[in-house]
Design a protein. Sequence first.
Length: 185
Amino acid sequence: MGDPKRQRKKYITPGHPWQKERLLEEMQIVGKYGLRNKRELWRHQAMLKKYRSVAKELLGMPEEKRKTLEKEIKLKLYRLGILQSEDATIDDILKLTVDSFLERRLQTIVYKLGLAKTIYQARQLITHRHIQIGDQIVSSPGYIVKRGEDELIKYADGSPFANSDHPLRKELSGATNTSEGVSNE
């Protein structure tokens, strides 16, 4: 165990900090998912690297030990909503990208559910404690939403956004109605 007061880095910085292609790719991902800084991206890249390295180690293990560990990892990734089925293979784990982890963040799911107009507004609603999962208010935009929690995401009970007469709610419902009207014609 370590000192509980000492925080440790949960990310790995790139080996070559000034590669133009990598910088452009990172900026596109940061903009697409509304991340605060590149550290959030690096944290998810480190998670991906960890699961990939464990999957590679599994390939070299004896059959009996490999089956139990493989089942545990697949089940964990399935519960997190990153793998689509419980009977996925190790190749499916190796094919994962950082986007598969970023798609499960609360900020991304709030935006995709239509509770916010932009990905940045979704982050603001979460940090200002206007979003809850089930009965629990979650104020971390980087929270990984587990499988089955998608249906429980809603505006917080004490939030002004919970009122259907709130101007933001009217704008969001008006935007979906006008887009539906255009597509029907």
